[in-house]
Design a protein around this ligand. Structure first.
Ligand code: GGG
Length: 352
């Protein structure tokens, strides 16, 4: 369902451009993915990163298909781009929009407002490992988690800066009790940096406690920093608390700007509903909003998120995941209409 939701994200970006001529984006589309794999034996061309490198940003849909191993689709495309372009920060906002019912009792827009900073280039995703004695009774799989001081420090520092700029607390999630090497290093680096950022309130949680507290006390989380795997899992939980996986947005950021950053909804390809035009496009649209902020249009980022919020608050147009019957394109068009309704003032603000 990647193409369906990205189509709506582009519809919204085109609406923004029609409202503000200073937002001048051009799009090239690459059909890299499982179809490409079936005909070429790889998920993207060998020189795919060289092709992408010339762009200002990447808007990514989804990967995954039942007939291709998940580790092929994910590693040969999404992870290749994240690692190849040193997108070591994966920003994932978690907020409950007014008008959306959370499955979590007591969750409200006031107490569900988190930003996850996911380490995006290391951990269990480093791709280091082996399968020994394949297909035999004694088969063994080794998956080595890679945690470097440099890799931890750069993402934790980024998270501290984020928390400081927002005047919010920073929670670090690890598993330093059972994972004495990786979790131990993570905790040490976090503590060292916490001493430098004494103005930022901090909390350190074990990942199991963090999962529990996100449900029973979501207000405790504002900016959260965690390793690749832990934050991947916790942000799916976050999306569930938000009301739907279809709402989750993310930004894979190369903070130095040496390479393009990439923006993608956090959901996968959902083969059960792909191609039916019923997927929720709001996670993809929110991701496009994050892209606008990254490209220097923070006012338009806010306005697109406000338009998403308005559509959800109206409780009229909902895709199936949120209990409605609306089509993907209906929801995309509704966000555009909201933008147009509030357009003239915003266009001025965006350029000033
Ligand atoms: N929207 C991108 C996508 O298809 N995500 C699915 C997925 O499995 N993601 C894993 C990850 O974010 O590491």
């Amino acid at each position: 369902m990647g193409p369906e939701v990205i189509e709506e994200a582009i519809r919204v970006l085109c609406t923004v451009m029609s409202l503000d001529r200073t937002v001048d984006l051009q799009f090239d589309s690459f059909g890299w993915g499982t179809d490409y794999y079936r005909s070429h034996g790889q998920m993207m061309p060998t020189d795919g990163l060289d092709i992408l490198r010339t762009y200002s940003a990447i808007l990514f849909g989804a990967v995954g298909a039942p007939d291709v191993k998940d580790y092929i689709t994910l590693r040969q495309l999404l992870i290749r781009i994240r690692f190849g372009f040193q997108q070591y920060v994966n920003l994932r906002p978690v907020r409950l929009f007014p008008g959306v019912d959370s499955p979590v009792r007591g969750a409200s827009p006031a107490n569900v407002d988190m930003i996850f900073v996911r380490e995006n280039n290391e951990g269990e995703y480093a791709g280091v490992g082996e399968r020994l004695f394949r297909g035999t009774e004694r088969e063994v799989a080794l998956q080595t988690a890679v945690f470097s001081r440099h890799g931890i420090a750069r993402v934790v520092r980024w998270a501290f800066e984020c928390a400081r700029s927002r005047g919010q607390s920073l929670t670090s999630v690890s598993k330093g009790n059972a994972l004495e090497y990786s979790g131990g290093l993570w905790d040490d680096v976090f503590d060292e940096l916490a001493a430098e950022y004494s103005d930022v309130a901090v909390e350190r949680l074990l990942v199991d406690a963090a999962a529990m507290l996100m449900v029973v006390a979501p207000h405790r989380f504002r900016v959260v920093v965690a390793s690749n795997l832990f934050a991947d899992i916790l942000t799916d939980l976050g999306a569930a608390i938000m009301g739907s996986m279809g709402l989750g947005a993310s930004a894979n950021i190369n903070p130095e700007g040496t390479f393009p950053s990439m923006f993608e909804p956090i959901h996968g390809s959902a083969p059960d509903i792909a191609g039916q035009g019923i997927a929720n496009p709001l996670g993809a649209i929110w991701s496009a909003a994050l892209m606008l902020g990254h490209l220097g249009f923070p006012v338009w980022e806010t306005r697109v998120v406000d338009a998403i919020a308005a559509v959800l608050a109206a409780r009229e147009l909902r895709t199936r995941d949120l209990g409605g019957t609306a089509m993907t394109s209906d929801v995309g068009k509704a966000v555009c209409e909201q933008l147009v309704l509030s357009g003239a003032v915003g266009a001025h603000a965006a350029t000033s």
